[in-house]
Structures are given as C-alpha cells and as structure tokens.
Design a protein around this ligand. Structure first.
Ligand SMILES: [Zn+2]
Length: 291
C-alpha cells in the first residue's frame, strides 16, 4: 500500500482534519540512513509532520524546511518538503540506542532531547521566507509541534504522530492535525478532545487496518465528514543532482578547488539527504575552475 494524505472538514466545516499514512516514507528513511529503532521513531515522526505541513503549501515551487534541535544524542534533524509532498531529511546521529522509557516504548524524547528549538522555514516565493521558531517542550515531537502551532500560527491544533517499529523495520506510521476553524464552538472542541482520547494511538488504529477516512471519523466523532482531497501521495524522495552538487563546488571558490585538485585529483561528494555519491574527476574539476 502506498502512503496517502486526506484532507477533510468535520462539524459542518468548523473543524479541519488532515490525516496521513507515512509507513513507506519512514521505512525509506530508515533504510537510507540506516536508522536505529529510536531514531526511526523520532525521524519518522518528524518526516510525517513535515509532509503534513508541506502538503498545505499552495504552489509546487514553495519549499518547507524544518530544523529540530533538542540537544539530545540525536543532534540536529533537518527535513524538507514541497507541496506534493516529496519529503527528505538529514539526521546528525542516526544510530542512537537508548533503553525503553518508563512506558516500555522507544524513548523518542530521550533521543531528541527536551531543550532546544523547532525552526520552521517556509519559502513561498515572497521576498523573505516565513520563519517560525518555537521551543521544544517534550521532545516527543507531536506536543512540540502542537505548541509550535499555538506560538507561530495562533491555532490550537491537536497533533498526533506515530511510528511503530519492530525488528523488521517500520510496521506502520502516520499522523494527523486537527485544527478548529474560527467559528468552532467550545462544545466542538471538547467533543473532539473526548473522541481523540477514545480513539487511542494512530499507530494502533493503522495496525487495526483502519483507513484514513475511518480514522478521521473516529478522532472527530463526526460520521458526516466531508473529504476535500484524497489524492496526495507523499513520498520520501531526494531532488539532488550532479548539477546541484556542482553549485556547491563552485561556491568553494577557485583557490580551494585548485588545492583539492592538486592534493586529491578528484572530489567525492555525498548527499546528506539520500547518501547518493557524486564524483567529480580531474577534468570536471578543471572545467569548473576554468569556467
Ligand atoms: Zn540526495
């Protein structure tokens, strides 16, 4: 089954809901970066959130970048997305290994850390990109992003992110964002809180083979949700190319490139997002220097 995103409205349009299944994205990230189980859970949650925010952007030239730095052993995580959404990410330490937490679960908070910042940068084609910064408050990421929505977008959204990992890799992954529209009533919100609590964890619902439409119904308690879009196909995909790598080389400057040419005769560059290697041989380097 391929990953999906659905967007819908509940309570006659007073509540907006976006749900994602991101199992393949998280498994692809696990294989690409050779992630440990706790890193799979942490990085997978972040990639899931990145797709959820990315798919809200209006144009396919818009770009979202999220940086999470919680001062835990994972170090910095950076993800990015367009509006398709194609997501990709970099993780500083992909092999963190920690004992399970007090609930017998992967200790995402221990790996991410609990002091630091989430940095959200949206380049939507304006002169300056939109930048939102919010403190990390729990390190479990869903609460941290809910807090980000309060701080930066003034919305009281409910956020859930879940990545279920077993010995073979990612068993399932997904998440949702529920956002009250300006005309939502207090009763709507307390109803939703009750249904979210009763619905339980998103990974449990996915494990029970609930569709995203069924999950949206369950977490809102509204049997007449209106599905707006169900065509988004989120994918873990890197858009690096030899040409982009070449731009990075050009940025080093002629002197530095000459030094490299004299010392090594070639350059090997690795993309941090997909680990693809690019080699520039002697003649290619000379060409860049002389151009
Ligand atoms: Zn790449």
């Amino acid at each position: 089954m391929s990953d999906r995103i659905i967007k819908c409205l509940a309570y006659n349009g007073r509540i907006s809901v976006t749900c994602i299944e991101s199992t393949n994205i998280c498994e692809e990230a696990r294989k690409t970066h050779n992630l440990s189980p706790v890193c799979t859970a942490a990085f997978g949650r972040l990639l899931t959130m990145t797709a959820l925010i990315g798919c809200e952007m209006k144009s396919n030239t818009n770009k979202l970048t999220i940086q999470v730095k919680g001062n835990g052993p994972i170090g910095t995580m950076i993800t990015s997305s367009n509006n398709t959404p194609y997501v990709k990410g970099y993780i500083e330490n992909p092999v963190v290994d920690l004992p399970l937490n007090e609930f017998g679960k992967l200790d995402v908070s221990g790996a991410v850390g609990t002091s630091g910042f989430i940095n959200v940068i949206k380049d939507i084609g304006l002169k300056d990109p939109y930048v939102g910064i919010s403190p990390i408050i729990s390190g479990e990421l869903a609460e941290d992003f809910a807090n980000y929505f309060v701080n930066s977008e003034q919305t009281n959204s409910a956020v859930a992110l879940g990545v279920l990992v077993d010995k073979n890799g990612v068993k399932n992954a997904g998440g949702y964002v529920i956002t009250p529209m300006p005309d939502a009533t207090n009763e709507d919100i307390s109803n939703i809180e009750k249904y979210i609590y009763e619905a339980g964890a998103i990974s449990r619902m996915l494990e029970n083979n609930l569709s995203l439409e069924e999950i949206a119904t369950k977490i809102t308690g509204d049997k007449n949700i209106r599905i707006l879009e169900r065509n988004d196909k989120p994918v873990y995909k890197c858009d690096c190319s030899k040409d982009r790598m070449k731009q990075a080389l050009v940025a080093l400057g002629k002197e530095e490139l000459k030094n490299i040419l004299d010392e090594d005769g070639k350059v090997e560059m690795t993309c941090h997002f997909c680990n693809k290697k690019y080699i520039f041989d002697k003649s290619e380097l000379e060409q860049i220097i002389n151009s």
